[in-house]
Design a protein around this ligand. Structure first.
Ligand SMILES: C[S@@+](CC[C@H](N)C(=O)[O-])C[C@H]1O[C@@H](n2cnc3c(N)ncnc32)[C@H](O)[C@@H]1O
Length: 329
């Protein structure tokens, strides 16, 4: 009762309600929140603190950045969901404005990351292996996905198509989706050179995969995110979208950095998150109804390198889809 009253009191304020509605949609830094709300930083910070103390929000510091997001403890989630459902976001001009500015902040971020890949597409092969025990990671990916159990694979954020090239001998069909035409141009060339004719790449957004609703219940055996999620502002939304296009019993493989402190990857290489902890990714899997089949860490031999984690999750039971998706072409 005390806890619930505390949460209700914290939410019972116009600014804090706006914050709650925003942070159920995105994970944001204080400066982004300040920009969206148009209020001073001390004021915003005070409201954020009250919401955190009541258990409705979580604050986490990662390197030089501090993020806020809606708490994922059961009661807090239920309350935040109920409030979001009751708030008539579309009818209130203040809330409409908040959503518009949130969309602007996200677009700005996405444009910054896209500009980075546009500028670095040709150099990507060198950059991609800088901090990573690449061969070990690739061997782990093939082993975990299983050489003989894959028919169709989607490589989300395929970049220059290395994952498709790697998996092409073991699959019937591979599709890579990426938002950067420059990266895709190199990817097409690479797949042609490797005679990986069973694979193709297309332009698209991992938040809205280009596989629409159709008549045939079909989908991919596996969706991969190899070194993609740390660029995204809402990795969980991308994960949910990937699950939408999976076959029942299909698998998600995530390869990404373990938590690290290389701030320059943020400032110079457009990373948003400095890696992910095992608990965080397993929490996403749980929330999305995936069973964790593997969680493996690949520690580099030199001290300069970064640890890479590979997670494998499987949908349990039937995939909950409002509609079926079109057959994988
Ligand atoms: C670090 S690269 C990794 C590429 C590839 N998976 C690899 O391991 O070489 C990340 C890729 O994600 C793509 N990307 C980032 N956000 C995206 C989005 N919202 N939709 C589609 N692609 C995205 C970028 O264009 C970039 O090519």
């Amino acid at each position: 009762m005390e806890k619930l009253l505390g949460m209700l009191r914290a939410a019972g304020d116009a600014t804090r309600l706006r914050l709650l509605l925003l942070l159920t949609k995105a994970e944001l830094t204080v400066s982004e929140i300040t920009l969206i709300l148009g209020q001073s930083q001390p004021r915003v910070s005070r409201h954020l603190r009250l919401l955190c103390e009541a258990g409705l929000l979580e604050r986490f510091k990662e390197g030089a950045w501090v993020f806020y997001r809606a708490a994922d403890q059961a009661k807090a989630v239920e309350l935040a969901r109920a409030i979001s459902a009751l708030a008539d976001v579309e009818a209130d001009p203040v809330l409409v404005d908040d959503q518009r500015r949130l969309a602007e902040v996200r677009t700005q971020r996405a444009q910054e990351a896209a500009a980075y890949f546009r500028a670095n597409a040709a150099e990507w092969e060198r950059i991609r292996s800088l901090h990573v025990p690449e061969q070990e990671v690739e061997a782990a990916i093939v082993r975990l996905l299983g050489r003989d159990r894959l028919d169709s694979v989607l490589d989300a954020g395929t970049g220059t198509g290395r994952m498709l090239e790697l998996l092409s001998p073991y699959i019937r069909r591979g599709i890579g989706i990426d938002g950067s035409p420059e990266m895709l141009a190199i990817g097409r060339d690479r797949l042609g050179q490797a005679s990986a004719f069973n694979c193709q790449v297309r332009r698209g957004d991992v938040y809205r995969l280009p596989f629409g609703d159709g008549q045939v219940a079909n989908g991919f055996d596996a969706v991969l995110f190899h070194q993609v999620l740390h660029f995204l502002d809402d990795p969980q939304a991308a994960l949910r979208e990937a699950i939408r296009v999976l076959k029942p019993g299909g698998r998600i493989l995530i390869a990404d950095f373990a938590p690290h402190a290389l701030e320059f990857l943020r400032t110079e290489h457009a990373h948003r998150r400095l890696g992910f902890s095992d608990a965080e990714v397993q929490g996403w899997f749980k929330a999305a109804g995936l069973k964790t089949l593997a969680s493996q860490s690949l520690v580099p031999s030199d001290t300069e390198g970064l640890t890479v984690m590979v997670w494998l999750g499987e949908t349990v039971g039937a995939v909950v889809r409002e509609k079926t998706i079109e057959a994988v072409p």
